[in-house]
Ligand binder design. Sequence first.
Ligand code: SF4
Length: 277
Amino acid sequence: MLRNAAGFDIRNHLRQEMMPHFLCPGCGHGLALRALLWALDEAGIDKDRLAVVSGIGCAGRLSAYIDANTFHTTHGRPLAFATGLALARPDLHVVVISGDGDCLAIGGNHLIHACRRNLKMTCLMLNNEIYGMTGGQVSPTTSEQMLTSTTPLGNAEPAFDACALAAAAGAGFVGREVTHHVPKLKELIRQGLDHPGFAFVEVLTDCTEIFGRKNELGSSPEMILRQKSDIRPSAYRDTVDSPFRSTDLRTGVLAVNDRPEYGAAYRRAAALAASAS
Ligand code: SF4
């Protein structure tokens, strides 16, 4: 449905010349993109004042489809590029799109420090538990026992709780939602966009073609329904057994840290230094 009942028309926010998109049929990233564009539309953010920065991977590719100022950066580095952009151009609304491997493995250090600084921007981490684009390797969020091209006997590593990490590192706003609930996901992203500091939103999504096929999870609709049951039961429980998932993995707004925003503090320090010289 291109125009929904609320009057949101996704065609107003897509680069039509980039169609058809490269996503596999049923890929959850399309739902995540729809929720993001709906939230941006609802927030009334001017396209000329919107900068979308992305990393590498299937999630990173999404910025190419958004009709705004977009920046497709190197693997794991979208937050580093976005930090420079947000400091240099505080008039822009900066949104980062990153995958779980991009954000937590190659870019893990950047995420920690972006949370610590609390610079105003919104970071969407699309978690589909795998490196889809590069051959289906295990990622930091792959659930235990799941099959990937690098864990043919089943993943033995516990999965990272990205939201617990972001909250502990000081992110101003932390939330998680599933692509099963696009209106709820839109609402969570909208709250992140409105937050005055660093907003981290984890989107639990599905890689139907690589992860789903490898683990025999069925069709795209079946995978979406599994978000509520078999695949990610932890997202709907208050606690889980793994020591790496000792914090709760609920969906919705998980943490709001009322901390000073870094950009304002940086500009104050720069102005003080300029007046003293
Ligand atoms: S490989 Fe997976 S994540 Fe990438 S587009 Fe296909 S279904 Fe989506």
